[in-house]
Design a protein around this ligand. Structure first.
Ligand SMILES: O=P(O)(O)OC[C@H]1O[C@](O)(CO)[C@@H](O)[C@@H]1O
Length: 447
């Protein structure tokens, strides 16, 4: 399903990985007993028939669906749709699926004007049910939807089953609701209704997505460290991070994977970037993820990768099976064009990826390579699950909690207070003073 090459990543460091065996055995035991929350995804298949029934009903009523979510409630969906349907799907695909994952007055206005709201459905996704960006987008677009005659019972809400405003509103409106398992953190939720419902809308098999994940799960729990790709890659990542490689570049060699790169960045950053260890010691753990796309970013970032600071590791993600797109023999008297005749775009992509990897390896840069077999739900499910497991194993090695995100809380609280949320009223003066002080210390020069 996935082939993981670590030959040029470990480059003789295998012996040094022994110190990661103990966390690996701990990880494997927990994985095997499904003690980690991300393994809950493997059970989400039982919700698929209900999701498919709702998807079928809504498909006949709406030509476009607007998904509102952010972070873990949008990135996986974008990765999934782009990988399996392509970035141009909405030009001719039916139904169309749009994702709005930011506060943007410009886009809100444009979408209001552009879409035929009598034929646009709304999908509201938020694990916590309280994220302010998505809540604001929902109330704005709900009003637009309602004014165009949209039926409340056609709205789809996807959230935690707990006691939150989203569930209460869903009940009040009679909307369709799908729940995530409570312990499943948002950034690990793509293989739950968060990703599986939009997949169902587009006719993508949720079962196949999960099948890919299950196969990876089986291999990761069965293989010993000497041949386990997760141990070798995760251990290698820890080895290099201890030697100052603080940036984790993921070079996806296919535009179909560019959104996957953004999904990976959130997963890596929020899960591993931690001030405190599990015992409360200050560790400032983490490496900075940077997703890029080959060949595009060979013409943007590669210069830095090859000749700039030696502070990075490089992961290449490729797809083995490609459609055969043969280049015709044209302009054969021109040397810059003649050599293309009869070659394929797939060949060129593979050669350029190889050339880039070799050139980095020759510079002494640690490179690993993950090859997917094909563009299929099973391959994508495998890829999602493999990277989720990788992050959790690295967290075991670093002894940090990969399932929380305390660092984003302060900004949220300031936002709630300044936007006038009732239960933050008491803290408002404190935050207003903070803002005042911040503004006072600004030094602005006009050009
Ligand atoms: O799905 P929710 O609860 O709206 O959260 C969106 C995102 O906000 C965060 O909680 C903080 O950035 C992420 O972990 C999460 O994916």
């Amino acid at each position: 399903m996935l082939k993981v090459d670590v030959g040029h990543f470990l480059a003789g460091a295998e012996e040094e990985l022994k110190i990661y065996q103990e966390p690996f055995f701990r990880f494997q035991e927990r994985l095997d007993s499904c003690a980690y929350p991300f393994t809950l995804s493997l059970e989400e298949g039982r919700k698929i028939p209900a999701m498919e029934a709702v998807a079928e009903r809504l498909r006949s009523a709406y030509e476009t669906f607007l998904v509102l979510g952010i972070g873990g409630s949008s990135l996986g969906i974008k990765a999934l749709v782009q990988f399996l349907k392509g970035p141009y799907y909405n030009l001719a695909g039916s139904p169309r699926l749009l994702v709005l994952d930011n506060i943007s007055p410009h886009l809100a206005r444009q979408l209001t004007d552009l879409l035929d709201w009598r034929r646009t459905g709304l999908i509201y996704i938020s694990k916590s049910g309280s994220t302010p960006e998505t809540a604001a987008n929902f109330i704005y677009f709900y009003q637009v939807y309602r004014e165009a005659g949209g039926r409340p019972q056609d709205l789809v809400f996807i959230c935690d089953p707990g006691d939150n405003g989203m569930n209460r509103i869903a009940r009040e409106l009679g909307a369709e609701v799908f729940h995530l398992p409570p312990p499943l953190p948002g950034r690990y939720s793509v293989l739950s209704p968060v990703g599986l419902f939009p997949a169902a809308l587009l006719g993508i098999s949720g079962e196949e997505l999960l099948e890919g994940a299950r196969r990876v799960h089986e291999v990761l729990t069965a293989k010993g460290p000497e041949t386990n790709p997760l141990f070798l890659l995760g251990g290698g990542i820890c080895y290099w991070s201890a030697r100052g490689k603080n940036i984790h570049v993921l070079f996806n060699y296919e535009t179909l994977l560019s959104e996957f790169g953004f999904w990976f960045m959130q997963l890596w950053a929020e899960s591993l970037g931690k001030k405190l260890s599990l015992t409360g010691a200050e560790v400032r753990a983490g490496t900075t993820p940077l997703a890029c796309v080959g060949t595009t970013d060979q013409h943007s970032l590669l210069q830095l990768f090859k000749e700039g600071p030696d502070d990075k590791i490089y992961g290449f993600v490729t797809i083995e099976e490609k459609p055969e797109v043969v280049l015709p023999s044209l302009f054969t008297t021109e040397k810059e064009y003649a050599y293309f005749g009869g070659r394929t775009l797939g060949e060129q992509l593979a050669v350029e990826q190889l050339a880039t990897e070799i050139s980095l390896v020759r510079e002494g840069r640690p490179c690993y390579h993950v090859a997917l077999h094909d563009v299929s739900p099973a391959s994508l499910g495998a890829l999602f699950y493999f990277f989720e497991a990788l992050v959790v194993f690295v967290a075991e090695c670093w002894q940090v909690n990969p399932f929380d995100q305390p660092g984003v809380e302060e900004g949220k609280q300031i936002t709630y207070a300044l936007m006038g949320r009732k239960d933050y009223e008491a803290r408002r003066p404190q935050f207003e003073a903070l803002v005042e002080e911040f503004v006072r210390r600004r030094r602005i020069y006009t050009v």
